[in-house]
Design a protein around this ligand. Sequence first.
Ligand code: MG
Length: 168
Amino acid sequence: MTEENKIIFPDIDELSKKLLEERGVKIMDIAKLVYFLQKDYHPELKIEDCLEHVNGVLAKREVQNAVITGIQIDKLAENGQLEEPLLSIIQTDEGLYGVDEILAFSIVNVYGSIGFTNYGYIDKIKPGILKYLNDKSSGKVNTFLDDIVGAIAAAAASRLAHRLANTE
Ligand code: MG
């Protein structure tokens, strides 16, 4: 990568983590979701293991791309910088929209089909940080972010399950 390209494309790895933090999501919050998904299957599971697998998922470029794209759209909607009708659709998290979920699937896809089951489950229950992100009274727009966070947790749970299956 040339120096000039580095300015246009800053470190996406760092940027995606920074954006998550900026939007109120800590890596530990996602690790807690992984723990929630996997604790019944692996009684010895530690939160540190969950954290390691979340970091593993976040190291993937396709995941970073989904994070920076989704958060960018949420921020533009929050600041009223999209055109209608898309602006209202995203601001109100309109039920039939679904593109937020499609983007999240690009994350879930990375670790195979178990991810989809985990994603569907966590999206329905909305534990921990997902409950916070879905709180519409905050004035924040997290239409894309809630699906992205759920998808990272689901992918990390699948990564963990695959690793444990190989070593046990
Ligand atoms: Mg959503």
